[in-house]
Design a protein around this ligand. Structure first.
Ligand code: SF4
Length: 400
């Protein structure tokens, strides 16, 4: 089996807000210490919907990267890169497009959704129709085992899995595969080779799924096996094809728990967001002027936290005792709204403090971010090139 790997990308939206932090970046920071992670700026994806306005892509990319680093994404643990700097993504996208049925792309739920949502743009383009395929190439090129996504993105991952399966089915037929697989079996040593053969026939002849799992686990435990032999042995267990692309698994992430200043989903375009590194004065003003329960016209009017967007921020930034103080104080008019908002202001400032510190070094010396990205692009490219070698060979394009 190929090594576990997580791949995730974000369109370059410029400076990030706290909704991005709670919705995605916090997850990235957790995952980077658990598994090898590749995080990329999806600049080509920005063009699928904003092809007529590319002017902000570059600035937005660098601003966003500073925010990733500020949030705690650590380049010594994760690989950070820019999609267009690894042109192999485009090559795989093109090659997969040859065998991707149009219907698969047209049925992706977000295709029609986005066209309706972004009705002011002409999205009847080839690039927009093909964006889920480009997304698939972004992931499959690293043979990622896992992709962190929210509920709404699950159909995209399902399609990636179907595309990988179709690709392996069409092109995984290696010349002399049977002989090469049998030669690999011999390399297991006689005891393991015997067990491998028994488990393989138990699975293939009697359909015992546990035999397949046992054989896979045995192969996983063997250290001194080349990657290519390992893949042949995995493929041989199930049939007579090599696994060239890996079907990624979904890692469901919690959708953002952070709402905007008006209680709706936090979004720059709704004008209700708090920037990840918002200036202190601006932040204080934004929270102090946040709408509250409309019933609390005067300080002496009792309110209901359930009708107040400030209460939603307390869910993220306050402990149980503070929340109890808010709930009782609001319902009895025992506290005023400004008083109630102070713990939220304190909580956000506390969260932002280390982010500001981390960001400062990159703002003082932007060449540091450039160097991190140059290094990440090189690492990512190496991995992508390994996959592309196999893909080209499988599709009869190796010209060796
Ligand atoms: S006291 Fe707090 S929860 Fe109640 S309305 Fe005012 S800001 Fe909202």
């Amino acid at each position: 089996m190929y090594p576990d790997r997580v791949v995730s990308g974000m369109r370059p939206t410029g400076a990030m807000h706290l909704g991005h932090y709670h919705g995605a970046l916090k997850n990235w920071v957790t995952m980077q210490s658990e598994l090898p992670c590749l995080f990329f700026v999806a600049d080509w994806h920005a063009l699928t919907t904003h092809y007529d306005d590319p002017s902000i892509i570059e600035t937005s990319t660098w601003d966003m990267l500073v925010d990733w680093l500020a949030a705690g994404v650590d380049p010594s643990q994760a690989t950070l890169f820019i999609q267009s700097k690894v042109p192999e993504h485009a090559e795989l996208h093109l090659l997969m497009s040859m065998a991707t049925p149009l219907g698969w792309l047209e049925r992706v739920p977000t295709y029609k959704d986005q066209q309706e949502k972004l009705a002011d743009r002409d999205l009847s383009t080839y690039g927009f129709l093909g964006y889920p395929l480009l997304q698939a190439a972004d992931v499959l090129i690293y043979r990622a085992s896992m992709v962190p996504v929210g509920d709404d993105q699950v159909p995209h991952i399902e399609m990636m899995r179907e595309l990988a399966r179709r690709f392996n089915h069409l092109y995984g037929k290696e010349k002399g595969f049977e002989q090469k697989a049998q030669a690999a079996v011999k390399k297991l040593g006689s005891k393991r080779a015997k067990l491998y053969a028994e488990l393989r026939s138990e699975y293939q002849e009697q359909g015992k799924a546990e035999a397949l799992e046992q054989a896979k686990a045995m192969l996983d435990d063997i250290q001194n096996l080349s990657m290519i032999d390992r893949e042949r042995l995995f493929g041989y267990l199930e049939g007579s094809r090599k696994l060239i692309l890996v079907e990624p698994q979904v890692r469901l992430t919690e959708s953002s728990r952070l709402t905007g200043l008006d209680g709706q989903k936090m979004s720059k375009s709704y004008g209700n967001s708090i920037a990840l590194r918002e200036e202190k004065d601006v932040l204080v003003k934004k929270i102090r002027t946040m709408p509250t329960d409309p019933a609390r016209v005067r300080r002496t009017d009792a309110g209901d936290p359930g009708r107040c967007p400030v209460w939603q921020l307390h869910q993220v930034y306050s402990d149980d005792a503070t929340r109890e103080w808010v709930a009782n104080g609001c319902r009895s008019a025992g506290i005023g709204c400004l008083e109630c908002k102070q713990p939220v202001i304190d909580g956000i400032l506390k969260e932002q403090e280390p982010m500001r510190e981390r960001a400062q070094q990159y703002l003082d010396d932007p060449s540091l971010v450039r160097a991190i990205i140059a290094d990440g692009c090189e690492k990512a490219r190496k991995l992508a090139q390994e996959t592309m070698r196999d893909v080209r060979e499988a599709m009869g394009l190796s010209y060796s």
